[in-house]
Design a protein around this ligand. Structure first.
Ligand SMILES: [Zn+2]
Length: 247
């Protein structure tokens, strides 16, 4: 951890009864791993860096492409062709030099990779864009008893849920098999991941502070075209192949 910076930067949140100096210390001591430096990861990482999260890991194997820039606000035109994880570190450290950013410019595919990385962090944010990665995160987090926050977007719609292994339904309880939710999976309005990533950051800060009511056992659906926010209660699947052994 870097030496304590001036607290002036955080004074407006320290004024909150839910934060205060103790809460700010918790935020500063927290370590959060963001998997994906795309649209979701951009807004989540910006707001966690703004809040003063002391250590943010950010994993992404991809390079910056021009078509990313309608939504991936961590990256700049001059970074096209370079690794997203390194671009994220440059931007976040410029925005908040008081915190540590660790980039992982690699594809996390094997459970072993997750098992090495995840124990170093207090909380995982799924800012990926595919079921394969989410199932791997789900299984690794169950095995390591690590909490994580699922986020997904498509077109003008998004979802968020917080998963605490052993206590709440897991991702496979919710989605036993991968499914396509969109006829046009590459299409997305940039504000959609901007908002969903921000909601993931809000959940992360509540988790770190132990404040408020988390989206545990509750799946938030957002539809920006209709401007609807709906919450669906979810429950554990007693036959879930991923988490049934925890009961
Ligand atoms: Zn489950």
């Amino acid at each position: 951890m870097k030496p304590d910076p001036s607290l002036d930067r955080y004074v407006r949140q320290i004024l909150l009864s839910e934060v205060g100096l103790e809460g700010q210390k918790k935020i500063r001591q927290s370590k959060i791993l963001i998997i994906g430096a795309g649209g979701l990861g951009s807004s989540a990482a910006f707001y966690l860096a703004a809040a003063g999260v002391g250590h943010i890991g950010i994993a992404d194997p991809d390079i910056v492409e021009i078509s990313n820039l309608n939504r991936q606000i961590l990256h700049l035109p001059g970074r096209i062709g370079g690794p997203k994880a390194e671009s994220a570190k440059l931007t976040l450290n410029r925005f908040n030099p008081d915190i540590i950013i660790t980039p992982y410019p690699v594809k996390l595919t094997s459970p072993e990779q997750f098992h090495t990385l995840i124990p170093e962090y207090d909380l995982i944010l799924d800012c990926s864009d595919n079921y394969e990665t989410r199932y791997t995160i789900n299984e690794a987090c169950i095995r390591l008893q690590k909490s994580w926050i699922y986020g997904a977007v498509s077109e003008f719609e998004g979802q968020v849920m917080t998963i605490i292994p052993g206590l709440t339904p897991c991702f496979r309880c919710l989605y036993p098999a991968a499914r396509s939710v969109s006829k046009n999976p590459a299409a997305v309005m940039g504000v959609t991941p901007g908002l969903i990533g921000t909601l993931q950051a809000a959940e992360a800060l509540k988790f770190i502070l132990n404040q408020g009511k988390l989206l545990t056992g509750r799946l938030l659906f957002v539809d920006l075209l209709e401007m609807r926010f709906d919450i669906m209660t979810t429950s554990k699947n007693k036959d879930c192949p991923a988490c049934r052994h925890l009961d």
